[in-house]
Ligand binder design. Structure first.
Ligand SMILES: *Cc1c(COP(=O)(O)O)cnc(C)c1O
Length: 428
């Protein structure tokens, strides 16, 4: 695909180009297995000598076409779909970090990723140090150890809504000979392409804006192809030394920097752990991607209008949205996301926790959900739902105060949404 094509065009055309008489719409290849005429031909696949499909636990054509579209959108060299955003982040990290290794991650990340790192990966012998993403380079650097294998952050953190200084993070990661992995779920490649700012690998929960309609859980990993694993071969033996389970293939030698990371991730992790996205889900994801630029524009316009409305409301104590002048991340968001950020905002009402509960009870259009980032406006009061086991002190420490309301602005008419907020706030 011509790299010069613009985002809207890639969203429609990338990943699938039918030949004569082939379906115009991307086909759903609903097949677990694939046929070969001879064992020799199939054997070549198992030695990674030929490209092809043999079993949909590892690779499926529909998934690969959609992954190729996302790779084109991010400006990457290779990509793979996973069954969820959780699987994408786990695979991206576990592909290069194992028992005895160490990861540095931003504190401002999705709760599921925080648990993955601090509980499950810790049990696998992978240690993690969390760093304040707003810390200076020296403070960030102090978290690194000889066995550190990667640095991790989110473009726009869910739910903290901090904006990552990607260039700063990339600089510190590269100074320590490790890649920067950025979860770009909230911004999407429509609003930010982290590879342009030095990130090496990008992950997505495609469950959010990319699908955009709340119909299919999924994830994606994209490689920029830019990180030189061979320059730090001692740190990344999995990519730079032979893999006995594939007759001694060395991924960086056989597939180059453009393909090594994703090929290893598919050949080893999908083979052994098998969390591929279903072709049916990939098909839904592809439909979502076709309209992504238009939906992102509307999500951002609605969020901007609602954030401004809330900011001027006498019953609103505070509003957090990086599109508001005066927001802590306004300047940095303008640098990395000049055309808009995302549709998620957070705010607190005067009256705190109790006011939040009353407000939520009276919302009519906005529904109460743990989900974010799809076409329907939804709302969450973490202190009475996802974070209800925490004390007020613990909530404050986590950056999720007892009064915090997270609002994911959907694609409805902004005036209707504001009228709904108005009547709910009036009940407080
Ligand atoms: C939702 C989310 C995830 C997890 O994705 P799932 O598809 O729910 O597994 C990871 N990162 C971010 C930023 C998210 O918002």
């Amino acid at each position: 695909m011509d790299q010069k094509l613009r985002t809207e065009t890639l969203c429609i055309q990338a990943g699938y180009a039918p030949g004569n008489g082939e379906p115009r719409q991307m086909p759903i290849v609903q097949s677990t297995t694939f046929k070969y005429a001879t064992s020799e031909e199939m054997g070549k696949l198992f030695d990674l000598e030929a490209e092809g499909y043999f079993y949909s636990r590892l690779q499926n054509p529909t998934c690969d076409m959609v992954a190729a579209k996302i790779a084109a959108l991010e400006g990457g060299t290779a990509a793979m779909l996973t069954g969820s955003g959780q699987a994408a982040n786990f695979y991206a990290m576990f592909n290069i970090a194992g028992c005895g290794d160490h990861i540095v991650a931003s504190t401002a990340i999705y709760g599921g990723t925080f648990n993955l790192l601090s509980v499950t990966m810790k049990r696998m012998g992978i240690d993690v140090t969390f760093v304040d993403p707003d810390a200076d380079e020296e403070t960030l650097a102090a978290a690194f150890r000889p066995e550190t294998k990667l640095l991790f952050g989110e473009t726009i953190a869910n739910p903290a809504l901090t904006v990552l200084d990607i260039e700063k993070f990339a600089k510190v990661a590269h100074a320590h000979g490790v890649p920067l992995i950025v979860d770009n779920t909230f911004a999407t490649p429509v609003n930010c392409r982290p590879f342009e700012w030095g990130a090496d690998i990008v992950t997505h929960s495609t469950t959010k804006y990319m699908d955009g309609h709340g119909v299919a859980v999924g994830g994606c990993i994209v490689d920029s192809g830019k990180f030189d694993w061979t320059a730090h071969a001692d740190k990344f033996p999995g990519l730079c030394t032979p893999d006995d389970s594939y007759h001694g293939v060395t991924y960086t030698q056989r597939f180059g920097l453009a393909g090594a990371f994703i090929t290893k991730c598919t050949a080893q992790l999908m083979r052994d752990l098998g969390s591929i996205q279903s072709p049916q889900s990939a098909f839904y994801l592809n439909l979502g991607l076709e309209s992504l630029p238009f939906r992102m524009k509307q999500h951002c316009a609605n969020a901007q209008g609602i954030a401004e409305y809330l900011q001027s409301h006498p019953k609103v104590a505070w509003v957090k949205y990086c599109g508001l002048p005066g927001d802590q991340y306004y300047e940095i968001a303008k640098k990395y996301m000049p055309n808009g950020s995302c549709g998620v905002i957070s705010f607190g009402l005067i009256g705190g926790r109790k006011a939040a509960e009353t407000f939520m009870k009276h919302l009519k259009l906005g529904s109460i959900e743990t989900h974010v980032a799809d076409s329907r406006t939804c709302c969450l009061h973490p202190a009475s739902a996802t974070h209800r086991q925490m004390t007020d002190e613990q909530l404050d420490a986590a950056g999720v105060g007892a009064d915090l309301i997270r609002l994911s602005c959907g694609l409805e008419n902004a005036q209707d949404l504001i009228a709904d907020l108005e009547q709910a706030i009036a009940q407080v």
